[in-house]
Every structure is written in C-alpha cells, then in structure tokens.
Design a protein around this ligand. Sequence first.
Ligand SMILES: [Zn+2]
Length: 155
Amino acid sequence: MKLDAQRVRGQAEATREILRSRPDVLIMEDLSRMRGRTPGRNFSRVVSPWMRSNLKERAEFLSPAGGSRLEAVNPAHTSQECPQCGYVHKDNRQGDRFHCRHCHFTAHADTVGAMNVEHRDTDHKLRERIQVFTPKEGVLKILREIFERKRALFT
Ligand SMILES: [Zn+2]
C-alpha cells in the first residue's frame, strides 16, 4: 500500500479546520459498519476511511465542548448517487470525478458524497426510510424507487 504522506497531512489539517469552525451539526457516515473491510484499490479509498475515523474521534472528543451535534447516516451508495436527479449507478463515479450518466451533473466525488450524506440527514422522510442499519441492497432499492417516481412525475 503506497501512501502519500503529504496528502495525509493535508487531510489532517482539513480535519482540524473543520472542527475549528465549530459547525452546528457534524454528520458522519456510520463507521462501525465499515470497520474490518479491506481498503479499496485506489489511494482515495485508503485515505478516506482514515480521515473519517480521525475526524470522528476528534469530533466525539470535541463535540460536547464545541456544541456540535454528531449524527450518523447510512453511507451506502453516497458516492454513486446523483445529488441532482437521484440516479444511482457505479459508473457515475470514476476516481475523484462524479459524472451522472442520466442528467450529466458533474462535481468532485467527495463533494457529491458530502451532499448525499447531508441530504440523508436533513430530509426527514428519507431519514425514516434509509436508517443507519438498512442493508446496502435495501438502500439501493429505496434510491431507485425514489428516482423512478421522480422521473415518472417529470416526464
Ligand atoms: Zn443526475
């Protein structure tokens, strides 16, 4: 496993920066379910879980003092779901780039993941349907249903 030390340091700094800004809410992907998984092939997948757990530890430590609320959401398919039209497909993501095969929405993959995590936390109807312990296949089924219903409404 090849790690780019400079990038790791950059992420640690980004973590400190986030916590220094004392956000009202910190939304975490549920990490307990991700533990024990083998890291993916590419670098960002190796570093990202490290940054997430680092951020989680610091956030849990600092949360009571800083007044941030810590919430967990189901992380399944957050990097493959289009935040604009809701289309979910693994081809939507290629490395760091996200490009929706349906509506052509384009952004950095991390931005898309963050948008989807936030949406799952703030949309109360969605939060009732996709819970932290909803299995991955269940999440996919729900996301596809929502997409199909939206598409039926707008076409
Ligand atoms: Zn789309």
